[in-house]
Write a protein that binds this ligand. Structure first.
Ligand SMILES: [Zn+2]
Length: 216
């Protein structure tokens, strides 16, 4: 899944406007949206709505500008080219990567691993924590820039246990799973991006499998 985003910003504001309109109509008691179902029922049959969020993307861009690449320190991060499992207990894959649905991208940009709230989450790859804070639709999220230039986003966390700027080794504990942000049930939304921006996502299961960690 590569170049499928024409203009997330425009799409984002359009959808945001549409949701705002729907919310306004609902709070006003007017359920008739030209025959459209209420907003909640219009969402995909999924517990994850981690999606394009302008505030998150802006915060990520600004934060990263202050955290230069430190390729001289790559050895800090663990064995190059090897990934670790993000969870060390049993999980259920509830929504796979690329499933079509009501996301701005038109499909699910990560993979959802259902685990109870509070389950420890580990870095699939070492790298620099470029953002560790509330991230809008992603809820409490940790975003890590890995030495190969990819970004890993760990979303909907109940607890964040690392600070922005920290250097994590592969397999480092970074927080606990939850259902913060746009999620209706506890799960880890793991998203791997080839670049910083929304829409550059790659298949997390494939990314990890090629580096020795199999999600199943
Ligand atoms: Zn998800």
């Amino acid at each position: 899944m590569g170049d499928h985003i024409d203009s997330p910003r425009i799409a984002g504001s359009t959808r945001r406007d549409a949701l705002g309109l729907a919310a306004g109509l609902l709070t006003g008691g007017a359920l008739a949206l030209g025959g459209a179902p209420p907003a909640a029922a219009a969402e995909p049959d999924d517990d994850c709505l981690a999606d394009y969020d302008a505030d998150y993307e802006l915060a990520l861009a600004l934060s990263e500008a202050e955290l230069p690449e430190d390729s001289a320190e790559l050895e800090r991060y663990g064995p190059p080219g090897r990934c670790a499992m993000p969870l060390r207990r049993r999980f259920r894959i509830t929504t796979r990567y690329g499933v079509p649905g009501n996301w701005i991208a038109g499909y699910h940009t990560g993979i959802d691993l259902a685990v109870p709230r509070g389950t420890p989450v580990y870095a699939v790859g070492g790298g620099r924590v470029v953002l560790a804070r509330w991230s809008g639709a992603y809820g409490k999220a940790v975003t890590v820039r890995m030495p190969d230039g990819h970004y890993a986003v760990y979303a909907h966390l109940s607890r964040i246990s690392v600070r922005r700027g920290a250097r994590l080794r592969t397999g480092a504990y970074l927080g606990s799973s939850g259902a913060t942000g746009r999620a209706t049930g506890p799960h880890l939304h793991l998203e791997i991006r080839a670049h910083r921006g929304y829409g550059s996502d790659v298949n997390p299961a494939q990314y990890l499998a090629r580096r020795g960690a199999r999600l199943r």
